[in-house]
Design a protein around this ligand. Sequence first.
Ligand code: SF4
Length: 89
Amino acid sequence: MAWKDEGKPAGPVILSNGWIVEVDRGVCIGAAPCTAMAPNSFALDEGGKAAILSTVDADDQETILNAARGCPVAAIRIKDASGKQIFPE
Ligand code: SF4
């Protein structure tokens, strides 16, 4: 598994569209809908928590946003390039 940022697999990482994405690993329960909804963006690491893949920019904004919305514990946080929080709203 290759992470977008090997130094901090859960982010925050900056996407090509400027979005800043992070998984709150203290909140993530490894339920994994994010990995099914945005398979280029999220995968479970060896600890069973979601992290952000190196291929994240292959998923479009809507896909990533839907994955964040689908997380049962709202562990995926997204900000736009200006730092304004997009999700959770
Ligand atoms: S959907 Fe949420 S709880 Fe489940 S693995 Fe992804 S970030 Fe973690």
